[in-house]
Design a protein. Structure first.
Length: 135
């Protein structure tokens, strides 16, 4: 877990910061991260916000939901009366929020004005570095 988090931190935050918005994959695809307001290279704080929100929305929240569902299933399978209503409520709220974020992310692929939370709050977006040729 520590090695995985270190690699993610190094690749997505430090490398992005040191190379002014590039990672290995972004360099291959000729895209980079840049500020949505003035195209400057990403600041360290912007990268932390972006990847914290990304991890929270797409990794931590689904993990909490799965753990809660595992807990409920365990209690039902073992005929225990420990299933608390607040755990079910938390799972439902997190599921609604997660589905909302997935929907926003999907719609943002087609509607330029709609941005996922991690782009909206970090002000960082992928931009193409390919020069367009005039015909």
């Amino acid at each position: 877990l520590i090695i995985g988090l270190s690699v993610c931190f190094g690749n997505f935050i430090l490398l992005n910061y040191l190379t002014k918005g590039y990672t290995f994959g972004k360099a291959l695809l000729k895209i980079r991260l840049a500020n949505t307001k003035d195209d400057h290279a990403p600041y360290f704080s912007e990268l932390l916000i972006r990847y914290f929100l990304f991890g929270l929305i797409y990794i931590i929240i689904p993990g909490i939901m799965l753990y809660g569902l595992y807990y409920i299933a365990y209690m039902f399978i073992n005929d225990k009366d420990g299933v608390k209503l607040y755990i079910v409520a938390i799972i439902i709220v997190l599921a609604i929020y997660y589905l909302y974020q997935l929907m926003v992310t999907f719609v943002s692929l087609f509607v330029k004005e709609i941005k996922p939370s991690y782009i909206k709050y970090s002000h960082l977006e992928n931009i193409s570095m390919v020069k367009k040729k005039d015909l």
